[in-house]
Write a protein that binds this ligand. Structure first.
Ligand code: 8YV
Length: 317
């Protein structure tokens, strides 16, 4: 029997091109104008779903309309778009794509830290717009090497950032739900970590457990020379508190790859000179996005051939 699979959110390229259209009966629920019609026709038959880890939602309501759903294969390491507890209750497998994107996300973390601190974006503009010719040397920037980096969420990606930062002679410490058996300093509270570092980088998962974890208090603790780098999820930061902290020199700068309401970035953040932004691009290299799409497909294929999926989300244990 050919399994019916829905694509419930926009897959980042090359997700769509990688779909195993010869092996499965695949329908694009996300782009479909008449979703009700599609659900009426295929809802009951659907046994698999492909979705993104950063857009769209696969909640109880949609699961109720897919009573025979058996697997949700997410393209992304983050899977806050899926109600995993509801899926688990219904016996639905959820898989994601960890590992294959660790390097690229960690690379962007370093790139953003260097860019905000060393004024790379401002320097680009200064050179192109004639500021250098007109005004001479640009204002000096802030050193990165040898400074203290605090990482919130010291999992695969956090540790990969830590490894890179150590090559820059940085002192790396972390905060997260668990103290790990590693030599880096651990702080139980984000404020404690923030008050002991120069750069605060976010690599933790999104979702209700980390919502607005970085609030006005944490930013105050980071202090007037501190900089925030967010490569996690926009929801981890209180964006209004961040805009206010940046405007009032409570912190020195922020480099943000992610936002609460993507693909929009709040006006009061992007209007600021001490902020640099990216369009949620951390994993977006040709190599990594292909590897993510391949793993997303492989997990679903393995599942339907009766084999264990390669990367179930940890909650499946
Ligand atoms: C992608 C990501 O933007 O993997 C993640 O959690 O945030 C990114 O790599 C996205 O999830 C791809 O679907």
């Amino acid at each position: 029997m050919v399994e019916t699979v829905l694509v419930t959110s926009r897959l980042q390229p090359p997700g769509d091109e990688t779909l195993p259209v010869d092996d499965f009966d695949i329908h694009d629920f996300n782009r479909c104008d008449d979703k009700e019609k599609l659900l009426a026709k295929f809802g009951e038959k659907t046994t698999g779903v492909f979705c993104s880890g950063s857009s769209g939602t696969l909640d109880c309501d949609l699961m109720d309309r897919l009573p025979n759903l058996k697997i949700i294969s997410v393209m992304g390491v983050g899977y806050n778009t899926v109600d995993v507890a509801a899926a688990k209750k219904r016996g639905i497998m959820v898989s994601n794509t960890p590992g294959v994107l660790t390097d690229c996300v960690a690379d962007i973390g370093m790139a953003l830290m260097l860019a905000i601190s060393r004024g790379v974006v401002i320097g680009d503009d200064y050179t192109r717009s004639g500021g250098w010719v007109k005004n001479g040397t640009m204002a000096y920037t802030t050193k990165v090497s040898g400074k203290r980096l605090g990482i919130i969420g010291f999992g695969r990606i956090g540790q990969a950032v830590g490894k890179r930062a150590e090559a820059f002679d940085m002192k790396v410490s972390y905060q997260g739900p668990n103290h790990k058996d590693i030599p880096n300093d651990y702080y139980a509270e984000p404020t404690e970590l923030a008050s002991n570092v120069d750069f605060l980088m976010l690599t933790c998962p999104g979702g209700p457990g980390t919502e607005k974890l970085v609030n006005a208090k944490v930013l105050e603790a980071l202090g007037p020379s501190g900089m925030l780098i967010n490569i996690a999820r926009g929801s981890v930061v209180d964006e209004r508190a961040l805009a206010s902290a940046l405007k009032n020199n409570v912190i020195a700068g922020a480099a943000l790859d992610v936002f609460e309401n993507e693909p929009s970035a709040p006006e009061d953040l992007i209007g600021l000179k001490n902020v640099i932004v990216q369009p949620h691009h951390a994993s977006a290299t040709n190599e990594t996005r292909q590897a993510m799409a391949d793993l997303m497909v492989e997990n679903l294929q393995l599942f339907f051939s009766g084999k264990p999926v390669k990367t179930p989300v940890p909650e499946m244990d």
